[in-house]
Design a protein around this ligand. Structure first.
Ligand code: ATP
Ligand code: MG
Length: 364
């Protein structure tokens, strides 16, 4: 591997199909980065072991969603010839790394992790938090470092995870010597994509909250969801002035819309700023804005839907992509684990062996 090579690691939990929040927050960027040719290697992980940390009682749900997530990846344009798609639990080396990293993190540091805090609250765990869930930021550090990732393209909710990983890398390298690579987060450039809200107006579109538009949804289902989306609750009559803050339809237009969409579907406005001005002034009804958003979304989703339908007919091929990707990923992680164990002085059976060292010591 070339010095300074750029490597991507990112992934998703197979707790459901992927949604448009994943798309703007991470998937779309991954495809662009993949096709930029700037990256030496790209690893995309289906995080089934992580999904089990809060779904221990629902193993079937996790199993069922492996193929769904793989299909979503391929349908958005992840190319297995350029990116390695793999399944986390197949890589036992990741759990081993997690175990060693656990010694480098305190309980209070984990308790302060804002994402863990928010997720514990969202799942109503209160005091009965599974230990595995509590420590998942450490396992995420293992996932990232096992592949020597330099770049992690994710949504904003993952920023505290990256921070925690960087701390672990620092600590590891300072105690055991320079071994691990410090990763950089790569957030979406468009502010609306950092954390896309749900169709219900809640702060985050999330599988766990049931407020998603899925990439694989039919044209009609997408239309229905868009038409019943949360807007400004005080915007009752068309002539009323409307608010943009917290108005999900406009946030989605910020995330998905561009000037060409106006030319195509709503030519009486040149761009989103004009549409926003009219809405704020009053005289523009929600239905018109929603219909426009629906056209924009359908344009983005229809090629994804079509590609998915093709892959659904070729599950053998998808299965083989997952199998061979998991093998490749395992080889890479095994190499890092070897380096880690060497740095930690627990590589007893490697050359020069522990035995040879001990013999030196015992010879008088
Ligand atoms: P769960 O509810 O099971 O945690 P999730 O919908 O949060 O599911 P994850 O698999 O945890 O999805 O997240 C995968 C990736 O997608 C992460 O990089 C995350 O930052 C990004 N992501 C998830 N939801 C959004 C969103 N609403 N907006 C932007 N990015 C998102
Ligand atoms: Mg999540």
């Amino acid at each position: 591997m070339a010095e300074n090579s750029k490597i991507i690691l990112t992934g998703d939990r197979p707790t459901g199909k992927l949604h448009v929040g994943h798309y703007v927050g991470s998937l779309k960027r991954r495809v662009e980065l993949q096709n930029s040719g700037e990256f030496e290697k790209i690893f995309i992980m289906i995080a089934d072991a992580q999904a089990l940390t809060d779904n221990a009682d629902h193993p079937a749900k996790v199993r069922e969603n492996i193929m769904e997530v793989a299909l979503d990846y391929l349908s958005v344009g992840i190319d297995p010839a350029k990116s390695t798609i793999f399944i986390q639990s197949h890589i036992a080396e990741l759990t081993e790394l997690t175990f060693y990293y656990m010694n480098l993190v305190t309980v209070s540091r984990l308790q302060r992790n804002p994402t863990v805090k928010a997720e514990i609250q969202m799942r109503n765990f209160e005091t009965s938090i599974p230990v595995g869930f509590f420590t998942y930021p450490i396992s995420q550090a293992a996932d990232i470092t096992a592949f020597k990732a330099t770049t992690v393209p994710v949504g904003e909710d993952q920023a505290p995870m990256l921070e925690q990983t960087r701390e672990i890398v620092h600590k590891f390298n300072s105690v055991y010597g320079e071994t691990l690579v410090e990763p950089q987060i790569l957030l979406p450039e468009n502010e609306a994509c950092l954390r896309l809200p749900g169709t219900d107006g809640k702060a985050k579109m999330s599988k766990s909250l049931g407020n998603c538009i899925y990439l694989s949804e039919s044209e009609e289902d997408v239309r229905k969801k868009v038409m019943s989306m949360f807007t400004d609750p005080d915007h009752i009559r068309v002539q009323d002035p409307g608010k943009l803050e917290g108005n999900t339809v406009f946030t989605y237009l910020d995330a998905f819309g561009n000037d060409e969409h106006f030319a195509e579907y709503l030519p009486e406005y040149a761009n989103l700023d004009e549409l926003k001005e009219h809405y704020k002034r009053g005289g523009l009804g929600d239905v018109k804005v929603k219909k426009f958003l629906n056209s924009v979304l359908q344009e983005e989703l229809s090629p994804i839907r079509a590609r998915r339908a093709e892959y659904e007919k070729n599950l053998d091929q998808v299965y083989e992509i997952l199998r061979s990707g998991s093998e490749t990923a395992k080889e890479t992680a095994a190499k890092t684990l070897e380096e880690v164990k060497h740095a930690m002085k627990i590589d007893y059976f490697q050359e020069p062996t522990f035995l040879a060292e001990q013999k030196e010591k015992f010879i008088i």
